[in-house]
Design a binder for this molecule. Structure first.
Ligand SMILES: [Ca+2]
Ligand SMILES: [Ca+2]
Length: 236
């Protein structure tokens, strides 16, 4: 009961404290002035063998290793996708199931992720970041291979619209980014409002310097997004 109360309290306050979290990121335990960021790129023999690169696609399920408070912050310690919704055997069903970040993958049976209500068809069996709530964040160590201004595209679903921001090496580098809703009142199935995929080519522009960077994806308002990937293209 106590833990439930704590969870409700944290969930209720997570939106209000998001500006504090930005401050905390620059001074916090994991990446402050005198302490190095302890997260490391997520690599495995199936997902990826090398660090994610920009320009290119940033796959959201492949957030860094390092755990709660360092590589991510999630509203609860349970992975609601892997081992929760997805109970079966295999790599996709069990992907990072012991971590708090909530991960699922696109399914084409029963018109879950391949319905006529998609604006863009996703690929099947794509791991994605889901169950996103305001105040949550995930971090990605990336290699930026050229200093440039990049357009940020996204493959995503958005039940109700909302905002995110990208923090690069502890600096808010985008401000709030609007994520257009993919809600479609024509769909008679309520749960599928979380599965209307869309691709937007240019949500925002970001300037990045060449080298290894740590990008933090922060869910700022409304949440209920599923993010497959962000795509960074040179804006020239
Ligand atoms: Ca969770
Ligand atoms: Ca979550």
């Amino acid at each position: 009961m106590k833990s439930l109360f704590l969870y409700v309290f944290l969930a209720a306050t997570s939106f209000e404290v998001r500006d504090f979290q930005v401050t905390e990121l620059s001074q916090g335990a994991s990446s402050g002035k005198n302490r190095e960021y302890t997260g490391t790129p997520y690599l495995d023999s199936v997902a990826a063998l090398s660090i994610q690169k920009i320009p290119g696609k940033l796959k959201c399920a492949f957030y860094d290793r390092g755990g709660e408070g360092a590589a991510y912050h999630d509203s609860d310690g349970r992975n609601n996708g892997s081992g929760g919704l997805n109970k079966g055997p295999g790599y996709l069903n069990g992907f990072r199931m012991d971590e708090g970040v909530d991960i699922s993958y696109t399914k084409f049976h029963d018109s879950i992720d391949n319905s006529v209500y998609n604006k863009v068809q996703p690929s099947v069996n794509q791991l994605y970041l889901g169950w996103t709530e305001p105040g949550e964040w995930t971090r990605y160590t990336v290699e930026v291979t050229e200093s440039a201004e990049f357009r940020i595209g996204a493959m995503y679903t958005s039940n109700r619209g909302g905002t995110i921001r990208l923090v690069v090496d502890n600096t808010d580098s985008t401000g709030l980014i609007d994520i257009p809703t993919t809600f479609n009142a024509q769909d008679p199935i309520a749960w599928r409002q979380w599965h209307h995929w869309n691709y937007v080519e240019s949500l925002a522009v970001i300037r990045l310097k060449r080298g290894r960077r740590v990008i933090t994806l922060e869910i700022a308002s409304r949440g209920n997004f599923n993010f497959d990937y962000f795509e960074f293209r040179n804006s020239r």
